[in-house]
Design a protein around this ligand. Structure first.
Ligand code: DAH
Length: 426
């Protein structure tokens, strides 16, 4: 099973494989997927209350400004309620502990030179998230199927790279940005529509590379690799590592760092030498820079041996009490596993069907009680109609689910895939 998505843009992205498999349609028509509609049935008492106001970086954000019944909006209530959570700012949470460990590495090795930002608002413009970092106009990550849009020009950032250009423009030359990022995606143990990333950027001046005998790009690339190898060592100890050439729109050359961990090569981050165009637009003409982006959940799942990404959001004391500030890599002890319950559902898809839309429907109904949505059968008949069969695994990590509860979920899922996705149940 693939680990939590760290990077969006590698040339051979796991996303690309998945989307091909899913018969991806570049931009989904909202006529077929009504946004953010709360269940028409009365809310059940196990549902978490939906907050209506969050505060981020001193700014109050009203739910009605983020979740709107408008064809350019695809943010559901469940996603809005994650906006102010900021797991990365909790010192006793694995995500916060990991962030602090990375901050210490930079503080210790660069004499506190890196400015740190971890309270930047996740609501950004399309320009900040995509244009400013040179993401092509037709890139799949811009689609409504992959990104949460508040309106046609405003989104929930899908990576912390969204802040690179503005911070460069403001004159920062060494910085780390940590934040929650949002992506519409499939459902399994390593994917969740909200996760956390850290971005790092370092800018060099001519006198940094002059005299090194290297050209500016090679100098920055060498410094980048040294810095990140040191970071991996700081987090994982003496592990085997390798660099893999890749592609990102914002860097050239671009690399991924993989480490050999528990008998597997694991991609831990994406990075590269910043495209000159980004520096130029930020008013930096005689400089070179490097940048990296890493996914905190992916690293934390490995370091703390946390088996399911939903656990990060659990308020259950059996989870939260296992971690303490400054304690990186304490191994998580699973509490009793409750049995999963599987429900299958088959339907004829239409041209605008996507798995991400299905997953949003299922999560809108079952929330974190859905563990996995898996395509288990896919065929096209002689008339050219395509049928998909999905298996939905429902499981709570905190208690046993009752038959009634699961049947009620499944009944509502069936009803909503028909009304919202306009598929024909078989
Ligand atoms: N933004 C990328 C992603 O989410 C990760 C990344 C790759 C960030 C390379 C960078 C970078 O700053 O240089 O997939």
């Amino acid at each position: 099973m693939a680990m939590a998505v760290t990077t969006l843009f590698p040339k051979i992205s796991p996303l690309v494989h998945k989307t091909c498999f899913r018969n991806f349609i570049a931009s989904v028509s909202f006529a077929t997927f009504a946004p953010a509609v709360s269940a028409d049935k009365p809310r059940h008492k196990w549902r978490q209350p939906v907050v209506s106001l969050v505060e981020i970086g001193g700014v109050k954000i009203d739910k009605n400004d983020v979740v709107r019944d408008d064809p350019t909006n695809n943010v559901p209530d469940t996603i809005f309620s994650k906006l102010g959570m900021q797991l990365h700012r909790r010192d006793k949470h694995p995500i916060g502990i990991l962030k602090n460990a990375i901050y210490s590495y930079f503080d210790n090795n660069y004499q506190n030179k890196f400015d740190k930002f971890d309270d930047l608002c996740p609501i950004v413009s399309v320009k900040q998230n995509f244009d400013d970092v040179l993401v092509p106009a037709d890139h799949v990550s811009r689609s409504y199927n992959d990104t949460y849009y508040i309106d046609s020009q405003t989104i929930l950032r899908c990576h912390t790279s969204a802040h690179q250009a503005e911070l460069l423009r403001k004159g920062h030359t060494h910085f780390l940005v940590t934040g929650d990022v949002y992506r519409r995606d499939s459902i399994d143990a390593t994917h969740y529509p909200v996760f956390h990333q850290m971005e790092g950027v370092r800018v060099f001046e001519p006198n940094d590379w002059e005299g090194s005998g290297m050209d500016s790009t090679s100098y920055a690339a060498a410094d980048l690799k040294k810095c990140l190898e040191g970071l991996a060592c700081h987090l994982f100890g003496a592990v085997e590592m390798r660099w893999v050439d890749t592609y990102f729109p914002f860097t050239n050359p671009s690399f991924e760092l993989e480490i050999y961990f528990q008998e597997k090569w694991l991609e831990v981050l994406g990075c590269g030498v910043t495209e000159q165009e980004i520096l130029k637009r930020s008013g930096k003409v005689n400089n070179v820079a490097w940048a990296f982006g890493l996914g905190l959940e992916r690293l934390a799942m490995v370091l703390f041996e946390i088996p399911d990404i939903r656990l990060f959001w659990s308020a259950d004391e059996r989870f939260t009490s296992q971690f303490s500030s400054g304690q990186l890599g304490v191994k998580f002890k699973s509490f009793s596993k409750y049995p999963p319950c599987y429900k299958d559902m088959s339907f004829w898809i239409n041209d605008s069907f996507t798995e991400n839309n299905l997953c949003e429907v299922v999560r809108g109904i079952a929330g974190d009680l859905v563990e996995e949505v898996q395509l288990i059968d896919n065929f096209t008949n002689k008339k050219g109609m395509t049928s998909h069969c999905y298996r939905i695994a429902y499981r709570s990590m905190e208690r046993s689910l009752t038959d009634d509860e699961i049947n009620d979920f499944q009944w509502r899922v069936r009803e909503q895939v028909e009304t919202k996705l306009k598929v024909v149940l078989r």
